[in-house]
Design a protein around this ligand. Structure first.
Ligand code: AMP
Ligand code: MG
Length: 390
C-alpha cells in the first residue's frame, strides 16, 4: 500500500494539461486562462476627470479665484478647445480633461453665476485627474495560468479582449457499478439503493470545471462493465465507482486489466478510501473509486480534484491544509492516514462522532476533513490539528 502523497504523484503522471481553445469573453468566467493576454489599449485612454466640477489651470487655483466657463467636457464627448488663463471648462466624471487644464475643482467647492464661477472652498492638493493609462497600458499582460474570476472578466473587457484562450474542459466519464443501484427518481426494488455519490462527484467535478458524462449504471457482470468502458471512450478520464474491493462481485479490477489497463497502483494507506486503483487505458486515465459514498467523495476531494486542476493547467493543484484548535479530544489514530469528517466552528474544530464511510448525512453536516497522520497519538482539547475545508 502506498501513501496519499505517493498516490497523488502517480495520478499526476496519468494526466497532463489539455490543449487550449478560444471562448467569447462572456463565457470565460470559471475557466482557466491558458495563455497570457495583453491589453490592446490604455485605460483610461486620455487624462480623465474623477469628479464633476470645472477644469482649470492648477497654478490659478486659490480661494476666491474667479474663472469664465468657456465650454463643457462630458463623458464620451470631449471639449475640443483648450483652456486659457482665467478660463474653466465644465467637466463631468469620466470626461477627457481639455488641453491647457491640469486641475479639476470639484463642483461643491464652487459657486456659479451665469458664465462665471468662484472658488468658495479650499480645493486642497488633489487634482481630481486620472492620468492616461493609470489603470493599465496597451501591452499590460494578465498572466496564465489563472482561474478566471468575475473581476478578471471585467478587466479583460476593459482591455478590449473579446476572445479568451482557455484550457479545454476535461471530459470525465463516471461509471457507477452495482446490481443494487438505481438512478435518483427511479423506483428502487426492496434490495436496492439510489446511486448517490455518482451525483455528488458529478457536482464536485463540474464545479471544478470538468464536463461530466454520467454513464448508465454497470451491473456486476463482466459484460455490463465492458459495455460501460466502451461507452466511456473519448473521455480524458474514466472514473468507476464501487466494485473495486475484494468481494466476489468486485469486477472493476479484472475487467479493466482485461481491457489492457496499465495499472499504476491499487490500494492506499488511508481512511476512508483504501481500495483506490488507477492506471491508463490507451490515451485515457482511469481511476477506480471505492463505492462507499463517503470514501468516494473523499477520494474525489483528495485525488480527482487535483487531477482536474492539473488537466486545466493550473499550478496550485493541491488544496493547502489549514490549522485549527480541537474543541473535543481525539483518540489515537491507527496506521492509516485518516480524513475525519469534522465541523469547523468559531471556537475550533470537532470530529463528527460517527466516522463510518457509508454515512452521507454526516458528510453533509461536515465542512472540513480533519487530517490525522498515521499513528497520530491521542489529542487533547485545545491542541492544533490540520484540516482541509470542504
Ligand atoms: P462496492 O465497492 O461495490 O462493494 O460498494 C461498497 C458500498 O458502496 C456498497 O454498500 C454499495 O452499495 C455502495 N455503493 C457503491 N456504489 C455506489 C453509488 N454509486 N452510490 C451509492 N452507493 C454506492
Ligand atoms: Mg458493488
Amino acid at each position: 500500500m502506498i501513501t496519499v502523497e505517493e498516490a497523488r504523484a502517480l495520478l499526476f503522471d496519468l494526466v497532463g494539461p489539455l490543449p487550449s481553445e478560444q471562448v467569447p469573453l462572456a463565457q470565460s468566467a470559471g475557466r482557466v486562462l491558458s495563455h497570457a493576454v495583453v491589453a490592446t489599449r490604455d485605460q483610461p485612454p486620455f487624462a480623465a476627470s474623477s469628479m464633476d466640477g470645472y477644469a482649470v489651470k492648477a497654478d490659478e487655483v486659490e480661494l476666491h479665484a474667479m474663472f469664465k466657463v468657456v465650454g463643457e467636457s462630458a463623458a464620451g464627448r470631449r471639449f475640443d478647445g483648450s483652456v486659457g488663463p482665467g478660463q474653466a471648462v465644465r467637466i463631468f466624471t469620466g470626461a477627457p480633461v481639455p488641453d491647457g487644464a491640469d486641475f479639476v475643482v470639484i463642483q461643491e467647492d464652487t459657486d456659479r453665476r451665469g458664465d462665471l464661477i468662484t472658488i468658495t472652498d479650499h480645493p486642497g492638493p488633489k487634482t481630481n485627474i486620472r492620468p492616461a493609462g493609470v489603470d493599465f497600458m496597451a501591452g499590460t499582460p494578465i498572466t496564465a495560468p489563472r482561474l478566471i474570476r468575475a473581476e478578471d472578466v471585467a478587466l479583460m473587457a476593459a482591455m478590449n479582449i473579446a476572445w479568451v484562450p482557455v484550457s479545454r474542459k476535461p471530459v470525465i466519464a463516471l461509471i457507477s457499478t452495482g446490481d443494487e443501484l438505481v438512478m435518483p427518481g427511479e423506483e428502487p426494488g426492496p434490495d436496492q439503493i439510489i446511486a448517490s455519490n455518482t451525483f455528488g462527484l458529478r457536482a464536485l467535478l463540474e464545479g471544478l470545471g470538468a464536463v461530466v458524462r454520467v454513464l448508465p449504471i454497470a451491473r456486476d457482470t463482466v459484460s455490463s462493465l465492458e459495455t460501460a468502458f466502451d461507452l466511456a471512450r473519448g473521455a480524458d478520464l474514466i472514473v468507476t465507482i464501487g466494485g473495486a474491493s475484494v468481494g466476489d462481485y468486485d469486477l472493476v479490477s479484472d475487467v479493466s486489466q482485461g481491457l489492457a489497463m496499465d495499472r499504476s497502483f491499487y490500494k492506499i494507506r488511508m481512511r476512508p478510501g483504501k481500495p483506490l486503483m488507477a492506471g491508463r487505458m490507451g490515451d485515457t486515465a482511469m481511476v477506480g473509486l471505492p463505492g462507499n459514498p463517503v470514501s468516494a467523495m473523499v477520494c474525489g476531494y483528495l485525488f480527482l480534484a487535483p487531477m482536474v486542476r492539473r488537466m486545466l493547467g493550473l499550478e496550485m493543484v493541491l488544496p493547502p491544509f489549514h490549522s485549527a484548535r480541537l474543541t473535543e479530544p481525539l483518540t489515537e489514530n491507527g496506521p492509516r492516514e485518516h480524513y475525519m469528517r469534522a465541523v469547523l466552528g468559531e471556537t475550533g474544530i470537532q470530529a463528527c462522532a460517527d466516522q463510518d464511510s457509508s454515512l452521507l448525512s454526516v458528510l453533509a453536516q461536515a465542512n472540513a476533513l480533519l487530517v490525522r497522520p498515521p499513528n497520530d497519538p491521542a489529542r487533547k482539547t485545545g491542541e492544533t490539528v490540520q484540516y482541509l475545508p470542504i
